[in-house]
Write a protein that binds this ligand. Structure first.
Ligand code: BES
Ligand code: ZN
Ligand code: ZN
Length: 494
């Protein structure tokens, strides 16, 4: 999408015209508002309350496009990121059916503090699920609906804002690519696919890349990751990307980001029932998110060492698949009795986490995972569960989440949750019988905590918001890219 900053619309087919309840419209649209919008207000046809939209067609003002979307933003003093993003997400969706090859957006002064968020919402709102796969007429239609040039109309020089706008478009674009990865079914986004992507990203960013496959994983003793892999014809991958910008000392301890990468979670022998199985390509969202992040860190010149560890495998069923009751040895040396093959996320992550702490001695470690259905039941699709052993770290994450409308909600880990995961035969079990349905998200976190030791750690359970059936105004059903923007913001704030 090309971005330009003219002082009035040039050749656009659609104009988005934001209006406030408490501010008169500025510059060249004042007259248009007076003659066309004000009467609508008097008729109560359209009032600029937050989130209201109204399409109108006009031929009176030759300097404006004929098709105009009025967008209510409510009171200028009450603007906040989430509602601004919702408004702009909704409006871009509304104009897309009108093929806005060139789209104009009037940019009044009070919006300048939300420039980046608006650019993100305008990009996220344009996401077209299926664009990679549909053919013929449907593909053509999707192509026609994409905005090629975006005109931001202002009468003042937007120097800083222009940079923020470009940044927002890049972030939105990266999140949309991540959504493609997460939506992609297992025959389109295999572990090999993520290996290929991470090679490209490492090349661009200069990150050091290591990709471990079954032979090396076996040598390292990663019995947990390998046990999940056993039902799959494809080898597992542990992708390790060390983003180490030139400016910082080789001694600087890194931040480690670990992500759950289950290419498809059938549940294994604890097979998921119909209704719970169909979307389980989403189960790689955490790993896909951490793989997507270094490109943004690089493009924005973030001076932090960040190591990404992403275990990828399918969780399938078959003659070679792990059977309930099997006892495996993890990288850490701890043994685990597999009491439920569907609690596989904690298995792939426990090896990745223990290995990363051992190898990189991080200043702290974050993991992000579609870990438990229980977290989604507890918090729904708007909040990710936030667990951890360090208040300050958790607080910073929560603040970053609020700034970008990726909300995190603090959740507890009771010592009794850990107690429940003590094994009868082995050191641990990956799932407890009896009270299994209680505090499922906390017990998932408690399992991971066994492998964290004294390292500062936070765990984001994104099972709810990563893939939604009840989208926000700037989302659609399916993958949301949740996690990328909050992690970026959090790292930038450090
Ligand atoms: N991938 C699922 C969790 C999930 C469920 C993510 C729904 C997104 C939407 C995970 O591997 C799983 O199956 N967890 C089990 C854990 C249980 C067996 C302890 C669950 O949540 O039921
Ligand atoms: Zn599972
Ligand atoms: Zn899973």
């Amino acid at each position: 999408m090309k971005l330009i900053f003219p002082t009035s619309p040039t050749k656009s087919s659609v104009l988005i015209c934001p209006l406030f309840e408490d501010l008169p419209p500025g510059n060249f649209i004042a007259k248009f508002v007076k003659t066309i919008v004000s009467p609508l207000k008097e008729l109560k046809e359209f009032e600029p309350k937050e989130g209201r939209t109204y399409f109108l067609y006009q031929q009176t003002f030759k300097n404006l496009p004929r098709r105009i979307l009025l967008l209510g933003l409510g009171k200028s003093k009450k603007l906040k990121t989430s509602s601004v993003m919702a408004c702009f997400g909704a409006s871009i969706k509304a104009v897309m059916p009108h093929k806005p090859r060139t789209l104009s957006l009037i940019f009044p002064e009070p919006l300048t503090q939300f420039t980046q968020a608006i650019a993100e919402a305008l990009t996220l709102g344009q996401y077209q699920p299926g664009a990679l796969y549909k053919t013929g007429k449907a593909a053509k239609k999707m192509g026609e609906q994409r905005v090629k040039t975006l005109e931001i109309i202002t009468n003042k020089k937007l120097k800083e804002e222009a940079a923020s706008f470009r940044k927002g478009l890049l972030i939105g674009g990266a999140a949309n690519e991540l959504r493609d990865w997460v939506n992609a079914p297992p025959n389109r986004a295999s572990a090999q696919f993520f290996e290929d992507r991470s090679r490209e990203i490492a090349k661009e960013t200069g990150a050091k890349l290591r990709i471990l496959k079954n032979k090396e994983l076996l040598k390292l003793g990663m019995g947990a990751l390998l046990s999940v892999n056993r039902g799959s014809p494809d080898e597992a991958r542990l992708i390790i990307m060390d983003y180490h910008p030139k400016g910082i000392s080789p001694q600087e301890k890194p931040i480690v980001l670990a992500g759950k990468g289950i290419i498809f979670d059938s549940g294994g022998y604890h097979l998921k029932p119909a209704g719970h199985l169909e979307d389980m390509q989403l189960d790689k969202a955490g790993a896909a998110t951490v793989i997507a992040l270094p490109r943004l860190l690089y493009r924005f010149g973030v001076q932090k060492r960040v190591v990404v560890v992403a275990p990828f495998t399918e969780n399938l069923i078959g003659a070679t698949a792990t059977k309930p009751s099997e006892i495996i040895k993890t990288y850490s040396g701890k043994t685990v009795e597999i009491t439920n093959t569907d609690a596989e996320g904690r298995l792939v992550l426990c090896d990745a986490i223990a290995y990363a702490i051992d190898t990189f001695k991080p200043s702290f470690l974050l993991d992000i995972a579609t870990l438990t259905g229980a977290c989604m039941i507890a918090l729904g699709e708007r909040y990710a569960g936030l667990f951890g052993n360090d208040k300050e770290l958790m607080e910073k994450l929560k603040t970053a989440g609020e700034a970008v409308d990726e909300l995190l909600w603090p959740m507890p880990i009771h010592k009794d949750d850990a107690e429940k995961l003590k094994g009868y035969y082995a050191d641990l079990q990956n799932h407890d019988q009896g009270t299994a349905r209680n505090a499922g998200a906390s017990k998932g976190a408690a399992f991971l905590q066994e492998f964290v030791g004294k390292t500062k750690w936070a765990h984001l359970d994104i099972a709810g918001p990563a893939f939604v059936s009840d989208p926000k105004k700037y989302e659609v059903k399916g993958a949301t890219g949740f996690g990328l923007r909050v992690l970026l913001k959090f790292i930038e704030n450090l």
